[in-house]
Every structure is written in C-alpha cells, then in structure tokens.
Ligand binder design. Structure first.
Ligand code: FAD
Length: 437
C-alpha cells in the first residue's frame, strides 16, 4: 500500500474520531497485526468490551476471504455474531448472473443487468433540499445522516488547485463528490481523457478507503438529474458506467478467485514469456524511457501518488506491449504508489492492458505513445509540467523530442526502444504463443 494511501486512511480516522465525538461515540482503532493474528485480536477486543455483533463490508480478494472466514469462526466461538455487507459495490456479486446462471465474463451484458438491478435496489430518491435548508435533520438512520450531511454542502467547482488535494473530513469529501456531480460537464466523456484539465471527479481515493460508497455516487447523480442520467445521451451516463466498471472488477475477483492469486483471467497466459528486463523496468519507473508522455506520467505518479486514467492506459500499454515486461511487476508497483490503489481495479486495469483479462484489448491493438500524446496532450501542457527540460519545445517537437533535437543535451533520455520494432516483436510473440496452444 502506498504511503499516500496510508496517510489518507490515518487522516480520515482522525476526522472520523472528531465527527463521532460530536455524537458521543468513541472511536477505538486497533492494529490487528497480520491476517493470521487478526481473528484472535479482534475476538479479544470484543470479549473485553462485551461486544455482541461485528459488522463489516466484504472484501473479495482471496486472502481477505480466508481472513474473514477465520474471523467469523473465532467470533462465533465466543458467541459474537458476524455479519458482512456488500456495500463496496452497488450490486452484490452473486446477484448478477447470465441466463445460464453463470457469471458474466464481459462487461457490456453485465452492465446492462447492473443498470436494471441498480435502479431496482436504490432507495427512493428524495426531493433535493432547498439551498437554505442547511440544518442536519436528526435521524437514527445512518444513511439519512450521511445524506443530510451531503445536502448541507455548498456547490463547488471540481478542481480549484493544480496540486492534487485530498481533504479527509466527511463534509469535505462529500462536497468534492457532490461538487463534481452538480457542476457535471456534459463534456465529461471527452474531458475525461485530457490529463491537463480537471475533467474527472478524483474521488477514487475515497472509494478505495471506504470513505465514500458507490451507492452515494449514484444516489446523488439520480438526485441531481433523475433517471435521465442513466440514458446514454446524458453526460453522466459515462460516469455511472465508470462506477459500474469498478463494480465489475470486484465481481470478476469474486467469481474468478484465481485473478487475485497471481494468475491472469485467461489462464493460458500464465505461460506467456514476458521479458524480465530489470533495466527497462527501472527506466519505466523512473520516467526515463525517452517517451515524454510516459515519462511525465510516471514522474507525476511518484511525486503525487496520482495518475490520470488516460495516462494509466498509456503507460500500461507501453509497459506491456513496447517493453513486454511482466504485468505483475507493474501491478505491484502501481499499488505501492497510488493513493487510490485498489486491488480489483488495478488488477483489472493491468490485465486489460496486457490483453490477458476480461474484455482484454486484443493483443494487436497497441497504443502508439506518440500519437496518444499528440491527441490527449496536444500542446504538451502535461508533459512540460513534469519534464521542465522540454518546456521550450514547440507542440510539434514535444511529443517526440529525439526526432527534433539532441535530447541528451537537454538532459532527457533517448528512447529505450523503437516504436515500430517493438510493436512488430510483440505481435509476433503473441501470435506465436497463441499458435502453439
Ligand atoms: P472518474 O472518471 O471521476 O470516475 C469515477 C469513478 O469510477 C472512479 O473514482 C473509479 O472508482 C471508477 N472508475 C473510473 N474508471 C475506472 C476504470 N477504468 N476501472 C475501474 N473503475 C473505474 N482505479 C482505482 O480506483 N484504483 C486503482 O488502483 C486503479 N488502477 C488502475 C490501473 C490501470 C493500469 C488502469 C488502466 C486503471 C486503473 N484504475 C484504478 C482505474 C481508473 O484509472 C481510476 O479509477 C480513475 O483514474 C480514477 O479517477 P477519478 O476518480 O477521477 O475517476
């Protein structure tokens, strides 16, 4: 887990403690040690405090499932009830199956079902509070409490600072989400691909630590726009679809546990020969590949713990298809750096990029990092923010500086691989592998 993510969890706990104190609730934080020691420590804590029920959200990774089975066993022996919920997803993984009662393996039919289920399961969406109704409504119901907190927040813009900013109080977090939804740009489907603008919500860190739930996201979209938001013509539809992708990767992890045990979804790819080239791996991590869009993204990740989705796709494609490096190494590296590190989404993203997962990009569809750069960072604004040695280059030069100037004199790297040759090698490698199956 990235240090930035650990810091966010601690900050959130500190805020939560304050927020609970106002309601005369005392928050205790226990260090459970590792997954082997946790069941016993938690049981001891419950017995000591006369706790009769333990509630938590289910986690779907293999080790976490084993851990929770031990926790349940240990608690039940001491007559403590243990109940899990499925609120890290909008739809519980077992509730969406195809006509043969098997889990879906591709996103589109899953998403269709997901939308139907989601609409059916959502609680009624209340009328919006008027602008001056800022008082908290007293309620015993936790959901209502959260909702009244949210409606208390002011309308804000999405990104008021260039530097990623991760507030940790409940009101700031819901304000961030709500602000994005309220100010929702109909151009989201287009803007979400441009790294130099604040075109996405940046709420993934909060979803990943459980400080926000996908239910809250959908609830507020519906509250703001009604069910229109769920028709493909509406700008918010694409955003809701992204939330569904998050659910889908959890769903895959639940139904196909091998993906969280180091194996590709398409199991035969476990025998694929990736290149264990440590030098290339180091250059990729350090942002020294000679491909500016890749390097700027990797440097930004290291310095901020954040990476834009389009850039994740570009650096991952370059890593898997130009360098042919093992996707598992990169999956681990991303988890160690990302403030929103989320096992299922990260694993799904890497398996997709390596063409070994569900809905995987076909192996022969390979991003050209230079044209991606020209398309999604046309003026080179993002690149120049993180690679100041290229700041004086023109928009034409900045995407492929080695073609236009002596990059070493600028203090920048020469390309570590040549685009066309790498693509040809990768295609041949995949083709040969599949032919030999
Ligand atoms: P928005 O565009 O505002 O989307 C709203 C929410 O939808 C996000 O917060 C996120 O929860 C969900 N979402 C959006 N895109 C995706 C997606 N492609 N897959 C799954 N959920 C999505 N996301 C993580 O949360 N944690 C990760 O560790 C992670 N690793 C990734 C690794 C790779 C190689 C790739 C290609 C993608 C990865 N993603 C991961 C998905 C995506 O990049 C981030 O969710 C997104 O950039 C978060 O930004 P946002 O909150 O502004 O998104």
């Amino acid at each position: 887990m990235a240090n930035s993510k650990i810091a966010l969890i601690y900050q959130r706990l500190v805020s939560l403690q304050e927020e609970l104190k106002e309601r005369n609730i005392n928050l205790q934080v226990m260090d459970g040690g590792n997954y082997e020691t946790l069941p016993e420590k938690l049981t001891e804590l419950c017995v000591k405090n006369h706790v009769t029920h333990v509630y938590c959200n289910a986690e779907y990774e293999w080790d976490e499932r084993q851990r929770d089975a031990s926790v349940k066993n240990s608690l039940n022996k001491m007559d403590v009830a243990f109940a899990t919920f499925h609120d890290t997803c909008l739809v519980k993984p077992t509730e969406i199956m195809n006509l043969k009662n098997e889990p879906y393996k591709v996103f589109t039919p899953y998403f269709k079902r997901w939308l139907e289920m989601t609409l059916r399961q959502l609680p009624g969406v209340p009328e919006k509070c008027s602008a001056n109704d800022t008082g908290l409504k007293h309620s015993e119901d936790d959901n209502q409490y959260i909702e009244s907190l949210i409606s208390k927040t002011n309308r804000v813009g999405t990104g008021d600072s260039d530097a990623p900013n991760w507030p940790a109080t409940a009101s700031e977090i819901t304000k961030k989400m709500n602000g994005f939804i309220i100010e929702f740009s109909p151009d989201y489907p287009k803007n979400r691909d441009i790294p130099s603008i604040e075109g996405t919500s940046k709420i993934s860190p909060y979803l990943s630590i459980g400080a926000l739930s996908p239910r809250q996201c959908l609830f507020h979209v519906l509250q703001e726009y009604g069910e229109d938001a769920l028709s493909p013509e509406h700008g918010a539809y694409t955003w809701v679809k992204e939330i569904a992708w998050r659910d889908f990767y959890r769903y895959v992890m639940f139904h196909f546990p091998h993906v969280s045990r180091g194996l590709p979804f398409q199991k035969h790819y476990q025998y694929f020969k990736w290149e264990n080239n440590q030098q290339h791996f180091d250059a990729w991590k350090a942002g020294e590949t000679g491909y500016p869009i890749v390097d700027a993204a990797m440097i930004a990740l290291k310095q901020t713990g954040w990476m834009h989705n389009r850039l994740r796709m570009i650096v991952a494609s370059f890593y898997c298809k130009h360098l042919l490096l093992p996707w598992k190494w990169a999956e681990d590296y991303f988890m160690s750096q990302l403030i929103d590190g989320d096992y299922a989404s990260n694993n799904g993203g890497w398996q997709w990029s390596a063409s070994v997962g569900t809905d995987a990009a076909p192996y022969f569809r390979i991003f050209n990092p230079t044209t991606q750069s020209e398309r999604f960072d046309p003026q080179g604004e993002f690149i120049k923010t993180w690679l100041p040695q290229l700041a004086h280059l023109s928009p034409k030069q900045v995407h492929e500086p080695s073609k236009h100037c002596d990059v070493q004199r600028l203090g920048y790297a020469l390309p570590i691989v040549e685009h066309k040759a790498s693509v040809a090698r990768t295609k041949a490698q995949f083709k040969g592998f599949l032919a030999a199956l």
